[in-house]
Design a protein around this ligand. Structure first.
Ligand code: SAM
Length: 352
């Protein structure tokens, strides 16, 4: 990709990190340290959520995707530079066959302290046991509504019963914490937030809302976002006050709130109304091996080429690519500014 944002001069293809930054942990030119890597394992999905991807998609050929060995090798290099947390995503990661094998390879990397997975849950009931056995403990399951008709309308597929069965299976197997991710989208959230919150309180799941972002296939308008403040008012009106969590991680994208009655926790990822770019610690690798320093990045670095090169110093080239990608990260995504430029990839092809 070669597109350039008019106001964002930093380019992934740009300058190498200066020597001082090279010896330190993964740091960008604004002083943000990076320890968190999102790994997409496929661009395929068994749902077609309207806010995420188009109905008609040409998926990448299997040969274009990184193998598990390539993902593990890339992660090993990244961990040596300071990454200690990874999350597997997609597309729908459970469509990638033998995923527990990858979890096992990652779990064996010294220094990697946290492996998570984000899934739509449709195939979770059949895979929960093997994933847990492989070493996965942290699970986010996306679920926007408990209403079968609204589920079908949003996901353009059936599947609510299977997602609920997946969540029950994951809980029975021992996953903890289980977070339920719901889109914060006007026309949906005002009808579903309370029932989702009740379901999560009853089951010991942590509910997290993600404000609708301009990264799907359809047009985006700020007025379509169900904002964090509206959510707090809606849930507070039903369940009583929500208080900011005392153990809030300042680098986490979600602002966490606890129900004052002890009924659990709600997180809100307010990328639109309360952008958290200033504390961003994440980078991403797509299923086809492109390194992205922001969900909204317009430039990428191809690391698949480096992983497949017959070069004995390839690990050093990969490390240099990671450092350069991080160093050149821009200050923020500019969603709320007229200068915003939407990336050509939609969410399913990046990895949410
Ligand atoms: N298929 C998996 C799933 O559904 O969780 C993983 C990939 S999905 C892209 C990851 C998350 O991105 C989901 O929770 C989804 O709701 C969220 N997402 C997709 N498009 C979005 C958008 N335009 N704005 C906000 N969140 C979005």
């Amino acid at each position: 990709m070669t597109a350039r944002h008019p106001l964002r001069l930093a380019s992934d293809a740009g300058r190498s990190a200066p020597r001082a930054a090279q010896s330190a942990s993964l740091q960008d030119s604004f002083g943000r340290r990076h320890n968190n890597l999102r790994i997409s394992v496929t661009d395929r999905c068994n749902l077609r959520c309207t806010y995420c991807m188009p109905e008609e998609v040409v998926f990448r050929d299997r040969s274009e995707l990184l193998s598990f060995e390539e993902i593990a090798r890339f992660t090993e290099v990244a961990v040596r530079l300071g990454i200690d947390k990874v999350r597997l995503t997609g597309g729908e990661p459970l469509l990638r066959s033998e995923l527990p094998k990858l979890v096992r390879l990652l779990a064996a990397i010294p220094g990697l302290r946290d492996i998570g997975l984000t899934t739509n849950g449709v195939l979770l009931a059949q895979h929960a046991g093997a994933l847990f056995e492989a070493g996965l403990r942290r699970l986010n399951v996306s679920l926007d509504t408990l209403d079968p008709d609204r589920f079908r309308k949003l996901a353009r597929r059936d599947g609510l019963d299977r997602v609920l069965a997946g969540l029950a299976a994951a809980k029975a197997v021992g996953f903890h914490p289980i977070k339920v991710n719901a889109i914060a989208l006007r026309g949906v959230t005002e009808f579903d937030a309370v029932s989702l919150a009740r379901y999560c309180r009853d089951n010991g799941f942590e509910l997290r809302f993600i404000e609708f972002m301009p990264i799907g296939a359809e047009t985006w308008n700020r007025s379509q976002v169900f904002l964090a403040d509206e959510l707090l008012e809606l849930l507070g009106g039903e369940f009583g006050p929500l208080v900011p969590a005392a153990d809030q991680d300042p680098r986490a994208p979600a602002a966490d709130y606890d129900y004052a009655d002890g009924g659990g926790r709600v997180g809100i990822i307010a990328s639109v109304s309360r952008p958290f770019c200033a504390s961003c610690n994440r980078l991403r690798i797509t299923a086809d091996g492109k390194l992205r320093n922001c969900l909204f990045a317009l430039d990428e670095i191809d690391v698949k080429e480096l992983l497949r090169a017959a070069d004995r110093n390839a690990d050093e080239s990969i490390a240099e690519a990671i450092r350069r990608n991080v160093w050149n990260k821009w200050p923020g995504h500019e969603i709320n500014s007229a200068a915003f430029v939407k990336p050509t990839r939609t969410m399913h092809a990046i990895g949410g």
